[in-house]
Design a protein. Sequence first.
Length: 297
Amino acid sequence: MSMTKAGIFAIVGRPNVGKSTLTNALVGEKVAIVSKKPQTTRNRIVGVVNRGQTQFVLMDTPGLHTPKSRLGDYMVKVIKESVSDVDGILLLVEPIPNVGAPEQQLIDRIKAMKAPAVLVINKVDTVAKEALLEVISTYSEVHEFQAILPISARKGDGLTELLDLLEPFAPEGPQLYPDGQISDQPERQMMAEIVREKLLTCLDKEIPHGTAVEVTKFSERDSEIIDLDVTIYCEKDSHKGIIIGKHGAMLKKIGAMAREDAERFMGTKIYLQTWVKVKENWRNSSSLIRNFGYKDQ
């Protein structure tokens, strides 16, 4: 059996250089809210890409800090202390033959960290080949990058080559994220919590405690509207009937209250769809519990 690999890669660059576009293109779906929110100072894992035996964890690190814990405390058991830094850095720049102050700052930090770095020149579909060569030589003079790669995140050009380049930097080890998880965004978790809170508000005591909420879709349209799909799991058919209510009235009420709160929290319009499913004994299944975002105690 071939060994699995997992690497953490920081995507750095000045604002609007296309970091979120690149992340979304690599992940293959719009990872919600990577762009509009002002970056908080904490590290954000914005995308997870699984390809073959390798998992690429993409971080948008505004301060290019050391990620203190690879996964919060979710899988600490299998992850050694030694992996406290990034495995590679992608410096994303525009195709301009001039190293600006923000880029120079990032390059200085890359040198200080002695981290392997790849220069990724984005938006190459907007310039002629000659101009591109000039950009490459300008940046080559200020730092010895492991590689320099021209791409167009918007058009999806050069992305396979980029992952090919990064793969050797990923150390051998277990996956850091379960299959199917593409982001660790707290917004997703918050949306689930808001729905759960409304279940507690609207329903009789014992029922909400037997419910779990899973956000199955959380994506942002270009118009900034968020599409939010939520599944509410309960333990019995009779509970499902109560949650949905007569002619769907209870579920509508829960949905309307949750949407209002969620919109206030996200500061944008939300299109919310809810489903109710029965999963008997979900509380006794550790894989389901992890699935619903509850940490192993």
